[in-house]
Write a protein that binds this ligand. Structure first.
Ligand SMILES: C[S@@+](CC[C@H](N)C(=O)[O-])C[C@H]1O[C@@H](n2cnc3c(N)ncnc32)[C@H](O)[C@@H]1O
Length: 202
């Protein structure tokens, strides 16, 4: 079933209904002033809303037009006028060139949702979208196989900190932080690491 069909059928079991605790912790801790942030594969938008509430200029995107419609309707209810959202395929080079560049990019349950063969394209597009002094924030999940799946079965496809490092290091990224998270939702405990990456020295 493709993503749009899942959204239309309301089959969105990944949607926790709240922002990721690790994102809330980063928002508390960061010294970065809020600038432009991209949230690819934004889904229901809970993380995008948390970023917008913290003052970031949010661009959310999702391949599912239905997800984007719902996200925008919710953003309007919340009166978040510093959030825009677009329907499009992050893996489409033509689409991502329309987006501009961002001082931060937040990836949670997006890279793990992509087919394994698409991971190098994800990394290449991150490089294009991130401003020179920007930070790519990856909440890496699930670091162990879930539901008895093989590594090549998904989504979600198992995603380890080493996988992300192997994608980003050849493109000049270094990890300023790469560690288990302090807080997760109970259903995801022990399955999440936080990575903060930049192309400058950490
Ligand atoms: C597992 S869901 C996670 C949603 C959200 N990040 C969350 O934490 O709830 C993955 C999302 O990525 C979207 N998606 C999948 N492939 C995509 C692509 N190539 N480009 C943009 N969005 C995509 C899906 O429609 C879905 O909403």
């Amino acid at each position: 079933m493709d993503w749009e069909t899942k959204w239309l059928a309301e089959q969105t079991p990944w949607d926790t209904g709240v922002p990721a605790p690790a994102l809330c912790d980063w928002l508390q801790a960061t010294r970065r002033k809020p600038q432009r942030v991209l949230v690819p594969g934004a889904g229901g938008g809970h993380d995008a809303f948390a970023l917008a509430k913290a003052g970031w200029q949010v661009t959310a995107l999702d391949i599912s037009p239905t997800a984007v419609e719902q996200l925008l309707a919710q953003a309007r209810k919340m009166e978040l006028d510093n959030l825009q959202a677009h329907a499009g395929d992050f893996l489409d080079p033509g689409f991502i060139t329309t987006l501009g560049e961002f001082e931060a990019i937040w990836d949670y349950t997006f890279l793990c949702a992509l087919p394994l063969a698409s991971r190098p394209v994800w990394a290449e597009h991150m490089t294009q979208l991130l401003a020179a002094d920007g930070e790519l924030l990856t909440l890496i999940f699930p670091i162990k196989a879930v539901g008895g799946r093989r590594d090549d079965e998904g989504p979600p496809y198992r995603l380890t900190p080493q996988d992300v490092q192997a994608l980003l290091a050849p493109l000049g990224f270094a990890a300023a932080e790469l560690r288990p998270v302090a807080r997760s939702l109970p259903s995801r405990a022990g399955l999440e690491w936080f990575g903060r990456w930049s192309r400058n020295s950490p």
